[in-house]
Ligand binder design. Sequence first.
Ligand SMILES: *Cc1c(COP(=O)(O)O)cnc(C)c1O
Length: 354
Amino acid sequence: MNFNMIKNLARKNVNNLVPYQSARRLGGKGHIWLNANEFPISVHFELSQKTMNRYPECQPKLMIARYADYANLNSDQILASRGADEAIELIMKTFCEPGKDFILFCPPTYGMYKVSAEIIGINYRIVPTINNWQLNIQSIAENLNHVKVIYICRPNNPTGNLIPLNDIYNLLEITASKVLLVVDEAYIEFCIQSTLVKLLKNHKHLIILRTLSKAFALAGLRCGFILADNKVINLLLKVITPYPVAIPVSDIATQALSKENIILMQNNVKQLNINKVWLFTQLTLCNCVKEVFTSESNYILVRFENSAKVFKYLWNKGIILRDQDKNLGLEKCLRISVGTRQECEHVITALQDL
Ligand SMILES: *Cc1c(COP(=O)(O)O)cnc(C)c1O
């Protein structure tokens, strides 16, 4: 075989795929990274486990127990994965028949729902949001044919808004006993009073996604959690890889979930939310800014008069933001992760020169 023809061996889905444009893949030579919604300060950990000749537990008990404690659930309602990204995919692999079933999501929203469906070969149906990113519940209700899973991001990435609780109740009602509702709470620590964890008890078709990548400042660790009814968890356990949680991952995650470190995280979140208010106010005063959208999360979506110019100007100054211009309904928008106060000040100073 001529090895240049290797593409002929790849699946059609893969040849047609536009891969997820992660912030890391997009690159840039910055000193101020505000494009991946990472936490701006690092927490220091030491490995306590020194030997690794043995395989890890599939679901390390102490880590799971601590997360359960943190989330006010039982251990049998928790599943750990390699980040929420693996969780998104694991749910599709477990519940959707390739080539037959559909997932549904409501753009503009997190890009991995679509990319994962395309890779696995599951159909997707799009019901765009209306009136600045509210769910079109009626259209969702009319489009549930062959849909197995709905993905809702709350607070939503990249817009920062929070779908109202009433819409969630409506969704739970129209999906009951036929469709799974996945609520991605990757950013919930920034508005923790809005978590839907309490609804798990009476809504067995609700699944909540969590991660240590954002508020816990552990994006490099790759650790996420699925919160759901034990029957759902048991099905997912049949499909997950044999050893999804490496020993160093559970070691550090277990430490991050200690009582003291959770309090530390909560204090860091408070400080970041203060920075967010400051950044929001300052952005509204910049001449190049057209509109600033309120955010319940650790990033702010901003519409500029000329976003391409702003993006490039800041990029050249080493301040890396996330361009959302090509995202449905987000023309001329950039997303700015809230950094340290100093980083926020650099952004504003640069924008004032424009
Ligand atoms: C960052 C992010 C994720 C991915 O989290 P990981 O745990 O790092 O894989 C999932 N969902 C949303 C909405 C995110 O923004």
